[in-house]
Design a protein around this ligand. Structure first.
Ligand code: FAD
Length: 395
């Protein structure tokens, strides 16, 4: 019988890994991908749905092409992992055995850190839209329904969280929409960090030059609770900030299945891995990818990175299942584009190489870079980046 690889989660990490294990094994490894969602909805570009220049349909992609690579897709979710027996149990009751398990479950929200948000109805009222899909459309509807002169506020958790520049891109998108349609409205950014986490000087220049009078930025606003009925974010210093539309991005940890299975061995929050193979340091034969891992220094939780983790992992899994030692020197790259209007974009890029002494991935000195200013040309690059990664991950 062929070796069995089971992949948990068909997001950026899992779908890429499933495809590449099939391709690089020449079809000699059976791959089963477990994913509850009927189709893939991209978080990258989802802020443009909030800004109004894209629709949810533009960022929704079918899983059908993965099947053409011979990936068996089960629309279900994994409820339990038994690392000793090397099995997973699905919500539907099925038990699958594996030789190697690849887990890329994304993030889980830590609602216990915002007690008000655990009350009935709170999460339907104050949306996160930090997993693209129904919440993205619902937040857009809240913005459309908000009268001109209203206030949209967003709370940002302390880093690390999914997509370091994502909240600031969102602020730009919503400010762009307001500038066109509701010019008396405000965007209030309540940042749990001491400063803008990514591309700070670029974002702050854009806010000053394009959105002054619309975007107000408050640093060090550590949100500790939400007054659900009063539509207010409450800070550590008991500052209550009220908004017409309150967008709560909660603190995050590795996806629930990783936490429940004991794989989140870094403070109960993230999963430590060996960067040569992305195998868990906690459990043998289980590899973990994407946002769920304890990242290497300066490594963002991004789709681009999850895709890169997946390729290092897929190559290692194919080698290991063929009795070969995995490649000793992985090299990964990342680019995060941010739309500051419907067309203009800024980016940050980096290259990360394995350091054998430190046993981690480190940024290559002098690699990567940053935009000097937003441009429409970078807007073209950003859309082309999205088409490429969708095709690489799912095509
Ligand atoms: P995901 O892509 O979230 O995939 C996880 C999958 O696992 C999901 O499909 C989920 O349904 C499934 N799953 C979870 N639990 C189970 C289970 N028990 N059983 C089976 N399946 C399960 N990154 C960029 O590189 N560029 C960008 O421009 C960018 N923009 C962003 C904008 C926003 C607004 C946001 C929120 C994020 C953005 N990101 C961007 C970040 C990017 O979306 C994430 O880093 C990326 O999705 C991580 O991939 P992943 O595989 O770890 O998780």
């Amino acid at each position: 019988a062929k070796p069995q690889v089971v992949v948990v989660g068909g997001g950026y990490g899992g779908a890429t890994a499933a495809k590449y294990v099939r391709m690089w094994s020449g079809g000699d490894i059976d791959v089963t991908l477990i994913e509850p969602n009927a189709s893939f909805i991209s978080c990258p570009l989802s802020n443009l749905v909030l800004g109004g220049s894209k629709q949810l349909a533009d960022i929704t992609i079918s899983y059908d092409a993965l099947a053409r690579h011979g990936v068996r897709i089960l629309r279900d979710s994994v409820q339990a992992i038994d690392a000793g027996k090397r099995t997973v149990t699905l919500a539907g009751g099925q038990v699958l055995g594996y030789d190697r398990l690849i887990v890329s479950p994304g993030i889980e929200f830590m609602w216990d850190q915002l007690p008000g948000m655990q009350k009935p109805g709170a999460q339907e009222r104050h949306l996160h839209a930090w997993k693209a899909g129904a919440q993205t459309a619902a937040l857009r509807a809240q913005l459309e329904a908000m009268p001109d002169g209203g206030v949209y506020a967003m709370t940002i958790p302390a880093a690390p969280y999914r997509c370091p520049p994502g909240p600031y891109e969102r602020a730009c998108q919503i400010a762009h929409y307001f500038s066109q349609r509701k010019p008396r409205s405000k965007v209030l950014v309540l940042d749990g960090n001491e400063d803008v986490v990514s591309k700070g000087p670029l974002f702050k220049k854009v806010w000053q030059e394009r959105y002054s009078g619309i975007i107000e930025y408050r640093r060090g606003f550590k949100t500790v609770d939400i007054d659900v009925a009063g539509r207010a974010a409450i800070s550590e210093l008991d500052d209550h900030v009220k908004a017409d539309v309150l967008n709560v991005i909660p603190p995050q940890r590795a996806g629930a299945i990783a936490v429940q299975s004991g794989l989140a061995n870094a403070g109960g929050r993230w999963c430590a891995v060996d960067f040569l193979t992305f195998e868990s340091t906690q459990a043998k034969n289980i590899h973990i990818l994407g946002d769920a891992i304890l990242a290497a220094p300066l490594m963002p939780k991004s789709a681009h990175m999850a895709n890169q983790h997946a390729k290092v992992c897929a190559a290692a899994v194919v080698d290991l299942l063929n009795g070969r030692a995995p490649e000793a020197k992985p090299m990964l790259s990342n680019t995060c584009y941010s739309f500051v209007s419907d067309k203009d974009v800024i980016h940050v890029a980096s290259v990360h190489a394995y350091d054998a002494d430190k046993k981690t991935l480190l940024v290559v000195p002098g690699s990567g870079g940053l935009s000097s200013a937003p441009s429409a040309l970078e807007g073209e690059y950003a859309l082309s980046w999205a088409r490429n990664i969708w095709s690489d991950t799912l095509g």
